[in-house]
Design a protein around this ligand. Sequence first.
Ligand SMILES: Cc1cc2nc3c(=O)[nH]c(=O)nc-3n(C[C@H](O)[C@H](O)[C@H](O)COP(=O)(O)OP(=O)(O)OC[C@H]3O[C@@H](n4cnc5c(N)ncnc54)[C@H](O)[C@@H]3O)c2cc1C
Length: 413
Amino acid sequence: MTRTALVLGAGMVGVSCALALQKRGFTVTLIDRREPGRETSYGNAGVLARSSIAPLNNPSLYGKLAGYLGNGHPALNLSWRRALTRPGWLLRFLWEGRPSQAAARIAALDSITASTVERHRALMAEAGVAHRLRENGTLKLWRSEAGHAAAQAEHHFLKRHGIASRLLDRQGISAVEPHLNPIFRAGLLIPSNASVDSPGAVTAAYAALFAGRGGQIVQAEVKALTRQDAGWRAATDKGTFEAGIAVVALGPWSGDLLKPLGLDPRLDVERGYHRHLKPEARATLSRPIYDVDAAYFMAPMEQGYRVTSGVDLSFRDAPDAHRQIDGVTEAAREAFPLGAVAGETWRGARPTLPDSLPMIGEAPGNPGLWLAFGNQHIGFSTGPITGEMIAAMVCGETPPADPKPFRPERYIG
Ligand SMILES: Cc1cc2nc3c(=O)[nH]c(=O)nc-3n(C[C@H](O)[C@H](O)[C@H](O)COP(=O)(O)OP(=O)(O)OC[C@H]3O[C@@H](n4cnc5c(N)ncnc54)[C@H](O)[C@@H]3O)c2cc1C
């Protein structure tokens, strides 16, 4: 049982944990009910978000709340039933956004995003998918005149944290992305961000790399996780699996297997949607754009132009609510010459803790049970460093980022 590990969940976070443990000599079994990279790690916007260092619930959210609560803004769809059934979570989420917490949380996010592109570049080369990486930044765009001030404020904020960006006016935007319709007044090009043309394929390629190095991938539904004398046991619909340690990396489902162990990580979800659209004529975008006023990403993908929606705060398993994705599909058509929708509308759920930071560490009172989830809006970007942090801590090494802000004890007593 020594140096054996079960990794539960084969999204970007779980696959990264599996690779990092394997690199340190562990015999790893990676278990997922689907093929690797078919859930949240499939449907995201594919942005390697070096610049995402401001937590979603920052002090500026308070000023926007009134505009959001009536469900008139594309950034948020709030199910009042969910809010009233679980008011504690939402209140804690708002409370964690208070000004006194901002600097520490920005520093924490900075520590896990700083090496995002470098880590993915190395893994993509090893996995033979380097051609999927675009290192030409992301472009944030504002339609209104007020966008100039907002772009400037963000430019200065990023500069204070050592992240370069370039302010653009209407002409500058056209020079960078000539096929965008001229509806944007201000832009911010962030060259240190990168993107991929298929996050699902990249996650699958990392899983194939793990398997190629001798790792075992099991497609099975995990029903329960229990402690053994010398480790952990996962009961699945395909039998039981045992190992010295277990890593829970089940994304938005991570809480389900922990609750029977008496552990409540306060994990909730922010649902989101995507659609693919074909471009009209020969229109092209060379990098993901974020339309601030209409609250969507549009990213060039293998399957077409992927438009992703804002946050849907409904119960994780409730039926789809298409108000936001319908709205942003129309808004995207104003920005760029798009034709027909290709394929189905996809729904996923960003795994979120109230302080917008992931949980990375050993579960209190449960030696050998490691938690790696809650990567919220940037889990595709931060999966690799999450895996390295877990594997380093398991082996008693110094992790590549200070683990304190991510310790499970902040929510699990
Ligand atoms: C619309 C949208 C856009 C986004 N855009 C970006 C972006 O541009 N950049 C970025 O960095 N992040 C983005 N994100 C966030 C990112 O996608 C997530 O943070 C990340 O994918 C989470 O990865 P994960 O491995 O934790 O979870 P997942 O990828 O969901 O993996 C969890 C795995 O657990 C498995 N599982 C669950 N329960 C069981 C069980 N009982 N038994 C067996 N297997 C089980 C699932 O099948 C799944 O494969 C976006 C998210 C959304 C929704």
